[in-house]
Ligand binder design. Structure first.
Ligand SMILES: NC(=O)c1ccc[n+]([C@@H]2O[C@H](COP(=O)([O-])OP(=O)(O)OC[C@H]3O[C@@H](n4cnc5c(N)ncnc54)[C@H](OP(=O)(O)O)[C@@H]3O)[C@@H](O)[C@H]2O)c1
Length: 330
């Protein structure tokens, strides 16, 4: 079968389209013929060697995907050939071969049904980013009541998921995006206030828009020079859930800025969810989305042969998820 093979760590450019043997399922696995796979920045980090995982090479990247089951292992009870499924967060594309291939072997406990009424495209890239956004919103025991939530990099996969889930949980949602047209789309899916992090006055405008109140929880996908500015927006006992660092290292900042308002910083690691926790959270996530009549947003769908162009689109800053169409292309 055809697969995108990462020959060595260092760069996404070390990937090429090649031929490998079709996977066979282990006793508790299924083999899926993929319809769509989704890209994540973590694929790039893994290719660059910036990720803890050191999979056997050549490695097939790709954590998310949907498809049709074509083979089932001897101990698999709940799935049959012909069933359609999506892949919940797990080892696929990290420690084991991923979804940038015509087929993938997947542990049966990493599968979920396509939520009712969702298209395959909507389902293809949802699980990782919604589970991440859910953890970012719910990891604080002292933050249970509706509050003011700020989301950076809000137009990306985690950001859009965060906006929809934060609204479903009753929060007031402030989003940061560098592009006006993306700010408008984020307002259309429920954000209450949209600002640009490149506007030097964004914190003043935020304070005005919130009636001089401050942020209770920030979900930060960006890091870099924005991080100290986010701290300055926090309320008394305000928290930051640190998800990503797309703008690189955070410059020196005065830790005294944390003292006076008793602020807290906490990392998010979606990989820390067990299979069972992922399933419980996913059930809650899909219920929240159904109640709000919200669906995952797809930025763009790229042909299987054009994975490098899909990664370029992801790096440029998408509006929702960037997908690879695996089935139906030659
Ligand atoms: N901790 C975890 O468990 C976990 C799980 C999933 C993802 N992540 C990480 O979370 C981050 C976000 O993931 P994602 O899937 O949402 O990414 P994404 O889909 O690529 O979107 C990120 C958004 O951030 C903005 N952005 C990108 N580069 C930027 C830069 N250099 N400076 C400022 N803004 C920039 C863009 O928005 P605008 O163009 O609108 O400004 C872009 O749409 C990544 O670092 C990813 O690795 C972590």
């Amino acid at each position: 079968m055809q697969a995108w093979l990462l020959e060595k760590l260092g760069s996404l450019e070390n990937m090429h389209l090649g031929e490998v043997a079709e996977p066979m399922p282990g006793p508790r696995e299924v083999v899926m013929e993929l319809a769509f796979a989704a890209l994540n920045p973590a694929d790039r980090y893994l290719a660059q060697g910036q990720y803890p995982a050191r999979p056997e090479l050549p490695h097939i990247l790709g954590r998310d995907g949907v498809g049709r089951i074509v083979r089932v292992g001897t101990e698999v009870k709940n799935w049959e050939p012909g069933d359609q499924a999506l892949i919940l967060r797990g080892s696929v594309g990290v420690e084991r071969a991923g979804t940038f291939a015509r087929m993938a072997a997947v542990p049966a406990d990493s599968l979920a049904k396509i939520p009712h009424g969702w298209s395959l495209e909507q389902a293809a890239g949802a699980s990782l980013v919604y589970l991440t956004a859910y953890q970012a919103l719910t990891q604080w025991d002292d933050f249970k009541n509706p509050g003011r939530v700020l989301i950076t990099g809000a137009s990306g996969g985690v950001g859009v998921a965060g906006v929809q889930l934060a609204k479903a949980l009753g929060h007031t949602v402030v989003v940061l995006s560098r592009r006006v047209e993306k700010q408008e789309k984020l307002l259309a899916i429920g954000a209450d206030i949209a600002l640009s992090p490149q506007d030097t006055q964004w914190r003043k405008r935020l304070s005005e828009a919130l009636g001089q109140r401050r942020v209770d929880l920030a979900i930060d996908n960006i890091g870099g020079e924005l991080f100290p500015e986010i701290i300055e927006t926090l309320a008394m006992f305000g928290r930051i859930s640190v998800v990503g660092r797309l703008a690189g290292p955070v410059p020196e900042f005065n830790t005294a800025s944390l003292f006076f308002r008793r602020n807290k910083i906490g990392g998010v690691a979606v990989a820390s969810y067990t299979s069972e926790e992922s399933r419980v959270v996913w059930t809650h996530v899909t219920k929240l989305l159904k109640e709000r009549k919200a669906r995952p947003l797809v930025d763009s769908v790229h042909p299987f042969e054009q994975l490098p162009a899909a990664f370029a689109r992801l790096a440029a800053g998408p509006m929702g998820k960037v997908l690879l169409r695996v089935a139906g292309t030659s």
